[in-house]
Design a protein around this ligand. Structure first.
Ligand code: NIG
Ligand code: FE
Length: 404
């Protein structure tokens, strides 16, 4: 399969110009990959390349949502209503609500139910030009349900229109049956659940929630050491509601990403900077929790820490199913500029997932591309509730052909 996208502008996400933008551009695609990109005047299409006229539209890398909890049953609208009346997320969690209430619903849902509801949510992300999604477990918190969630994530990834990166998040919360037996639960994860997940090849990475309401940095470190013996990369929910030193610990272990980071301190920034760990910003959770403390964006910039942007879709703190909305919130709430927001949902999101084969329009990268009916790339994070995505190519194949 060979074709040649013409009559377009391309935000390559390379450096040199803002967005790596090329006007009057062309992109040659060969099978799954980008073969060439540049000013159209610089290269004539080859005889076997079919030209595709994009009518001056903007081409970007396919968007990447690098932090989601997309697999779960039920919803938490009731808890949200309580929070609107003043109850805090931590209070609700300590009273046995929060994550644990979604765990109850998810344990009761079978594979087919989880698959159907998750695919429906995934469709909404895909409609906005998303071509790669990370999906976490963490609403099972027992062997059987954690495996079921990850099998659902794997099955979703078999669809031709999306790649799914599956992350094991068994250390998301203490399950009710292990209340007051923290050590035993961490041992269960290390001795039983993680080995089973690894044996079935169900996870591409291991995540944990390091927080007062969840796990300590020492508990997480023990789990991470075990993940590393299985060559599984690490990521961490860190410094969301307080500073627990999780980010510095995870970065010192070479974690791919630390996510949330509202309470990240200078030591955490330095550790992430030294390790090349990506900061995944999730403004949806910040917005829904009506937080006031923002992640230290200026310090992250100064430390050259790549910032990714994600929906953190989950039923509790971020029922957001729009990567464009997350990009908008990253700008309005966290003061990223629109270029940083797009980089955060493309190149830096790829890096947060340890994927160097995507996230930019560059020869050799996967031909995961989104085509937008906008004049300038800033429009992608400008509007709320408007989806200008007109076409998507996944591994070189137009999505219409994939879903027809
Ligand atoms: O990323 N912070 C912890 N985990 C999720 C919340 C999950 C939930 O409340 O169900 C998050 O915000
Ligand atoms: Fe999360």
């Amino acid at each position: 399969m060979r074709y040649y996208l013409t009559n377009c502008r391309v935000a390559t996400m390379g450096t040199g110009t803002p967005y790596g933008l090329i006007d009057d551009a062309a992109v040659a695609v060969r099978d799954e990959h980008i073969a060439w990109v540049g000013p159209a005047a610089d290269r004539n299409p080859q005889p076997d390349e079919r030209p595709v006229d994009l009518h001056t539209r903007l081409v970007t890398p396919g968007l990447i949502d690098c932090h989601t909890h997309l697999v779960y049953a039920g919803n938490r609208a009731d808890e949200w209503a309580l929070r609107l009346k003043g109850a805090s997320y931590e209070e609700i969690a300590r009273r046995g609500g929060g994550i644990v209430s979604t765990v109850g619903a998810t344990r009761q849902a079978d594979h087919e139910q989880l698959l159907a509801t998750t695919r429906a949510r995934l469709e909404l992300l895909l409609a906005e030009g998303v071509t790669t999604v990370e999906v976490k477990s963490g609403y099972g918190l027992d062997l059987e349900t954690e495996l079921r969630m990850l099998r659902v994530a794997r099955e979703l990834g078999e669809a031709p229109d999306v790649d799914v990166v599956a992350t094991f998040l068994g250390a998301h919360a203490l399950p009710p049956e292990y209340k007051d037996r923290r050590e035993a639960y961490v041992r269960l994860l290390i001795d039983t659940v993680l080995p089973a997940v690894a044996a079935e090849g169900l996870a591409d990475a291991v995540d944990a929630y390091c927080e007062g309401v969840a796990f300590t940095a020492d508990e997480v470190r023990t789990l991470f050491e075990s993940a590393q013996t299985r060559q599984l990369p690490l990521r961490l929910h860190a410094e969301q509601l307080s500073n627990c030193g999780g980010a510095a610990m995870a970065a010192s272990m070479g974690a791919l990403s630390c996510d949330h980071l509202e309470y990240l301190d200078d030591a955490g920034v330095s550790a992430m900077s030294a390790a090349g760990t990506v900061a995944v910003l999730v403004p949806g959770a910040w917005y829904y929790l009506r937080e006031t403390r923002k992640p230290p964006v200026d310090a992250l910039r100064a430390g050259d820490v790549p910032m990714a942007v994600s929906t953190d879709h989950n039923p509790g703190t971020s029922p957001v199913l729009s990567i464009l909305a997350a990009m908008n919130m990253a700008c309005v709430l966290f003061e990223l500029n629109p270029e940083e927001a797009l980089r955060g949902a493309t190149l830096h999101a790829a890096r947060a997932l340890g994927l160097d084969d995507r996230g930019a329009v560059e020869p050799g990268k996967l031909a995961d591309l989104a085509v937008w009916d906008v004049q300038s790339p800033a429009e992608l994070s400008y509007s709320l509730g408007h989806n200008p995505c007109r076409q998507v190519f996944k591994r070189g194949i137009p999505r219409s052909a994939l879903t027809a």
